[in-house]
Structure formats: structure tokens, C-alpha cells
Design a protein around this ligand. Structure first.
Ligand code: CA
Length: 371
């Protein structure tokens, strides 16, 4: 009885700390050695850094988010850290952001880890897994399930320090100029779809193309591709796909809550004073919340605009087709992790966490949505 009282007291005394840990969860995930290694002296030294993005210049939400991130860091650091943001192609091509940051051509980057699957198959698990976790669940995996540690371990090999730099929420399956009534309709389909979703499409008999956002409208309009996925109604509307595609399919089975990344050259990051390191972590957390909130707030409004302003038909992929895609997804992931021990390590951790949080969601989100 006495022990229980003590435990409870201990528990209550940690509640204040717990609240702090939650609000600064990302920075709390940095390992101890790194915190000790960072110099604690606040100096007046200023830093002029470059941030390259995979997004076209001034791109809504994603590019804007990167610009806000730079602005927040400038404000929080009292001007000591001045980051200039470059859209894709302004300093380096969009899909060379990873190389630019690890080589030191730019100190920071903003994009998504699944663009770098050619470098590391394991990287794509840190964006999204088809039929995997939603945004809130994958944030939980990152911060409290071991995701961040695995991501940082993987990226350390590339001289990079990654942070969550936003989340799209559940995406749409994409824009199609062909009907999808069964898994056979993916045969011969040429579609822009990155990450593990692209591998699933290939297994279904289609061709997956990874092109940067800036090329998609033209490629779809000219029939270079038959379909493209992008994000969700708000951003897709701004991209104009409703003007050129016949069907807009839901749900985004391939990206149920994609994490965007902010990457920092690790050598440069390690050489920063501790307060600037914390400021980068804090700005990343703010961006993580800002991006998902903006998407979720605007998606319905723009879904309505698409319905009203275009002839594009909004459709659902039927349950039998989705179930067939899910089976193929499981085969694709099994084959991938059998061949790649790093991807296996990440996937084992991810899937174990996913099992647990899905069980909880039966009693929380699942039950709530069924009301
Ligand atoms: Ca997407």
C-alpha cells in the first residue's frame, strides 16, 4: 500500500516533466551523447545557411512551410541563423536534395525520405508504408516507438540529421484517366507513384514513375503517364489535375500519413551551439504541426471546389480491389525486407509498433469513427 503511494507520488511529480517532454518530443529524442557533445556556450557567431527543397519555388504548403521554417529559426535565434530557401531546380534539381545536403553543397533540405529509396530501401519506411500508419500514429512511432532513433541511425551513414518536417494526412489514391474496377486495371498503367506504393504498382503489372511535382501536370496532360497520385484535394486542386483527369480516386492506400523531412548536414549540425540545435528541433516540430493542420483544414473545402468546378468524377476504390492491393503490398514488403537487412530492422520495429497502436485504435479512433 505504502509502495503504491510512493509510486503515485513519483508519477505525479513527473507529470510536469511529461508535459514538457511531449511538447518538445522531437528534441527529447536526440541522443544524450549528442547533447553532451554540443557546445553550450551561446556565442554571437552567425550562420548563413542554404535550404534546398524538392518542391517547386514558392510551392503552396510545402515550399511555404520551408520558408516559414527559415523565418521561425531567424526569429528564435535573434537573427543569428539566417537560412535562405531554394525551390527545386534553383540551386540543385529537386531529386538531388539528399546528395546536396550530405555533401555539404547546402546545409539543409526539405522533402520526403521515400525519394531516396535508390540510396537506401529502408529510407522509404520513414515517409509512409502502404496500409500503414496515419499521421498521428506515425508521429507516435517516430517520437516514442523507436522510429526517430532508427531514422537517425540510418541517415548518420549519409552524414545527415533528419527531423519530421510535416505530414500530409491520408492522401488520395490519385488522378486517373482510366477506371479502376479491379486489381487487373493496374496492368499496363503508367503512373507517377513514389515509394513502396510504386513497387506495389509494379507488382500489379503497372509502371511506376518517380517524377518531381513540377512535371506532373504536363506529363498527365500529354499522356506520358495515365495516372498520378499527389497529395489530397487542397494541394491537388492547386496543381490543377482536376482540369485534365477523368477520375479522382480515394483512398490513398499507398500513403496513409506521409511524413515530410527536414534534413541537416550532420557535420554542420554537430558544430552548432546547443541553443541553435534546439531551435532547429523546435522549428521542425512547429512545421510538423503546421503542415498537417493546414492540409486537414482545407481538404474538404477543395474537394467541394473540385466537384463544382470540374467534370472529374470522385470515386472510391472498392473493398475487394483494396484487399487485393493489400495482399500484393504484403508480398512486396516481405520480398524487400528479405533482401535488405537494414530495411528489415526498420520494418520489424515499425510493424510491431503498428500492431500495438492498431489494437488501441480499435477502442479509440476506430470505435469513434464507427459511431
Ligand atoms: Ca503522394
Amino acid at each position: 500500500m505504502e509502495d503504491k503511494k510512493i509510486d503515485r507520488k513519483k508519477f505525479i511529480s513527473t507529470l510536469g516533466l511529461g508535459a514538457v517532454a511531449i511538447t518538445t518530443g522531437i528534441s527529447a529524442c536526440q541522443d544524450k551523447a549528442e547533447q553532451i557533445a554540443a557546445p553550450n556556450i551561446i556565442t554571437n557567431k552567425s550562420y548563413r545557411w542554404k535550404l534546398v527543397t524538392t518542391w517547386p519555388p514558392n510551392f503552396p504548403v510545402l515550399g511555404q512551410g520551408a520558408t516559414l521554417f527559415a523565418q521561425w529559426i531567424r526569429e528564435m535565434s535573434g537573427g543569428r541563423m539566417d537560412i535562405r530557401v531554394y525551390g527545386g531546380g534553383e540551386l540543385v534539381p529537386p531529386l538531388e536534395v539528399f546528395e546536396a545536403v550530405y555533401s555539404g553543397a547546402a546545409e539543409m533540405g526539405h522533402g520526403a525520405s521515400y525519394y531516396w529509396a535508390g540510396r537506401s530501401q529502408a529510407a522509404q519506411f520513414f515517409t509512409s508504408v502502404p496500409f500503414g500508419l496515419n499521421s498521428q500514429q506515425i508521429y507516435s512511432w517516430m517520437l516514442f516507438g523507436g522510429g526517430y532513433e532508427l531514422w537517425r541511425e540510418l541517415y548518420a551513414d549519409f552524414n545527415l540529421m533528419p527531423f519530421i518536417g510535416g505530414n500530409t494526412g491520408v492522401q488520395m489514391a490519385g488522378w486517373f484517366n482510366r477506371e479502376i474496377n479491379s486489381i487487373d486495371d493496374f496492368k499496363g498503367l503508367k503512373m507517377r507513384i513514389p515509394g513502396l506504393g510504386g513497387k506495389v504498382l509494379e507488382k500489379l503489372g503497372g509502371t511506376a514513375v518517380l517524377s518531381p511535382g513540377s512535371e506532373l501536370y504536363t506529363n498527365l496532360e500529354r499522356g506520358v503517364i495515365d495516372a498520378t497520385e499527389w497529395i489530397g484535394p487542397y494541394h491537388d486542386y492547386l496543381m490543377g489535375f482536376h482540369q485534365i483527369a477523368k477520375y479522382y480516386y480515394a483512398p490513398g492506400w499507398h500513403e496513409p500519413g506521409s511524413v515530410l523531412e527536414t534534413i541537416v548536414n550532420k557535420r554542420d549540425y554537430d558544430n552548432l551551439p546547443k541553443d541553435l540545435q534546439t531551435i532547429i528541433a523546435a522549428a521542425s516540430e512547429r512545421l510538423a504541426l503546421w503542415v498537417i493542420s493546414e492540409f486537414e483544414a482545407k481538404n474538404n473545402e477543395y474537394l467541394q471546389k473540385i466537384t463544382q468546378e470540374s467534370t472529374a468524377e470522385i470515386r472510391m476504390i472498392d473493398k475487394i480491389t483494396l484487399s487485393g492491393i493489400r495482399d500484393v503490398t504484403n508480398d512486396v514488403i516481405t520480398e524487400l525486407v528479405d533482401k535488405d537487412s537494414v530495411a528489415k530492422k526498420v520494418h520489424d520495429n515499425f510493424s510491431s509498433f503498428a500492431r500495438g497502436i492498431r489494437n488501441w485504435s480499435k477502442y479509440s479512433e476506430g470505435l469513434y469513427h464507427s459511431i
